[in-house]
Design a protein around this ligand. Structure first.
Ligand code: ACM
Length: 556
């Protein structure tokens, strides 16, 4: 029997190597599961998810049992997250370089079983499942394969976050960055400061459409996660080998924070009317409210972060740092005094001082700061001991430039340039796109996104590009259907960018796999994606103004 290279099992993201070896295996009631050390969690996931969908009970394997065996094992000789999946007459073997590798192999097995293996219950048509004899060898291209969800502008209830984690896992993505705070809402319970969610987690009303819109939803919008909700999210993610990175955005994007605790604001820079009118923002854009650079603010956020670290055990904590409007600092005598006392040149250096404080605070606790690329400004790349700590990591969103600068300075970088992978940007030109935002970023555009820019390719600094991330901002993403529409199918293309070998990137092949198999999987998963031919009638939003940008995005 000769091995045939197989392009056509419809796997997404495409594995490193796939061979059909001829023949078929049928799984049924006699199929048992042999879970080796450290694979118990994967076995639990397989039984609960694939077992429920297929009707395969997958009882534990016992010696002498007849029937095919689904064998899971860790082989530490293989690379982290890598796996080999082999389907023969005897059964299925998934060997992972670590538990995560076994889990990604299990996701591939689910894809091979067909779309109905992605449902939450068995349709009652069959409990036997046929698989082609196959040998797959697979490994991720990048270590950080992320998706950012903004839960501030529109809140995603806990169930929606858990569902998002399932969808990330199905695409072998392994980081969920939760944007938990912004001008329009603070979403994480902080026990020491209850007003953050008592006051900050709701806004009086919401503009429907982007800033040019005069339409309003007059209902209160809100929602928050208790710490136990977030612990559940973190644990659910961990079972799926996904790390949750919390973002507490400071010092800008702080209108909701300052509404909850006005002393955190620049009280001496506000007129009495401005102070009296302070509310959780009902509009979109960038609010001028920025945290006061006082000792009180530093202590407050240390207390907040103590609770954040307690709930989120991961290495990285995102502290935002983006789009901090400095007008209030210019107008505040307190802020100006602070600049003088610290011997700083200007407000940009004051922001750098603020971020550096928390960078060091996190580093002292064994964690690493992540911030948007503005954290590089104001002299943050100073000499050792003055600038950011070596572990500080940059989310390069305004383009590649920040990421290139950071990588060359020895900092790790996550590439998420808005010109390529902001999933709030519209997917096609024309009036059919609901509330169109930003540039046209088609499925093909996202597929062709390259995380390592040419300036870094082949240089030592390229190793600092530890991954990439697709970001979804939710000003006009009001519910789960809309979230699905903006995110899919483009997140499938993004998954292939960060998982698969760039040398074999081939859009025509990807498109064929999508049509042959992956849209059907998304259907079975209940994802309301944008169909290739354009939005379905209920996905349109005629008459709701967006903020489209013309032409090709300037790539910087
Ligand atoms: C951002 O889009 N303001 C990070």
């Amino acid at each position: 029997m000769t091995d045939t290279p197989v392009p056509d099992l419809g796997l997404v993201p495409v594995p490193h190597e796939v061979r059909l070896t001829g023949g078929e295996l049928t799984l049924g009631a006699s199929t048992t599961l042999d879970a080796g050390p450290a694979t118990e969690g994967v076995a639990r996931w397989l039984r609960a998810t694939v077992g429920t969908a297929t009707g395969l009970d997958l009882p534990p394997h016992t010696t002498g049992a007849d029937g095919p065996v689904l064998r899971l094992a860790v082989d530490r000789a293989a690379a982290p997250e890598a796996y080999r999946l082999e389907i023969t007459d005897q059964g299925v073997e998934i060997l992972g370089g670590d538990t995560a590798g076994v889990f990604w192999g299990a996701q591939t097995l689910r894809q091979l079983l067909g779309p109905d293996a992605h449902r939450r219950a068995n349709l009652g048509r069959t409990t036997t499942w046929t698989l082609p004899h196959t040998r797959i060898s697979d490994r991720p291209r990048m270590r950080w394969r992320g998706f950012m969800l903004d839960v501030s502008r529109h809140f995603t209830p806990k169930e929606g976050v858990l569902r998002t984690l399932d969808l990330l896992a199905a695409h072998k993505l392994n980081v969920l960055h939760l944007h938990l705070t912004d001008d329009q809402g603070w979403r994480m319970e902080i026990r020491r400061y209850p007003e953050l969610t008592e006051v900050g987690a709701r806004r009086a009303r919401t503009r429907v459409g982007h800033t040019a819109s005069d339409l309003w939803d007059e209902r209160v919008h809100g929602g928050r996660y208790t710490q136990d909700d977030l612990r559940e999210i973190v644990a659910y993610a961990a079972e799926r080998h996904i790390t949750v990175v919390p973002e507490i955005d400071i010092p800008g994007h702080s209108q909701a924070t300052v509404t909850a605790y006005p002393q955190l604001g620049n009280t001496d820079a506000l007129t009495p009317e401005q102070a009296a009118e302070l509310d959780v923002w009902t509009g979109w854009g960038v609010s001028p409210h920025i945290l006061a650079p006082t000792e009180h603010t530093l202590r407050f956020f240390e207390h907040v972060l103590e609770e954040v670290l307690d709930v989120f055990p991961g290495e990285f904590v995102h502290l935002g740092g983006d789009e901090a409007v400095k007008d209030q600092w210019r107008a505040s005598a307190t802020a100006q005094r602070r600049i003088t006392e610290l011997g700083l040149r200007d407000e940009d250096e004051l922001q750098a001082w603020f971020i550096r404080h928390f960078d060091r605070w996190l580093a002292a606790r064994g964690r690493r700061l992540v911030g948007w690329d503005e954290i590089l400004e104001g002299g943050s790349l100073g000499p050792d001991g003055e600038g950011l700590t070596p572990g500080a990591t940059v989310s390069s969103w305004r383009g590649y430039a920040g990421g290139v600068q950071a990588a060359r300075a020895g900092h790790d970088v996550i590439m998420c340039p808005e010109q390529h992978v902001y999933l709030d940007h519209r997917q096609a030109d024309g009036d059919d796109e609901p509330v169109p935002i930003g540039y046209v970023r088609t499925l093909r555009d996202v597929y062709h996104f390259e995380p390592v820019p040419p300036q870094l390719a082949g240089t030592d600094a390229a190793r600092h590009v530890i991954g990439a991330q697709a970001n979804l901002w939710t000003e006009v993403v009001e519910n789960q259907q809309r979230l699905d529409y903006q995110t899919f199918p483009r997140l499938a293309a993004f998954a292939e960018v960060v998982w698969s070998d760039p040398a074999t990137r081939d859009y025509a092949d990807f498109d064929r796999r999508m049509i042959a198999a992956h849209y059907a999987r998304l259907d079975a998963l209940g994802v309301d994606y944008r169909p290739p031919a354009g939005p379905r009638p209920w996905q349109r939003r005629p008459g709701v103004p967006g903020r489209p940008l013309a032409g090709e995005p300037p790539i910087v």
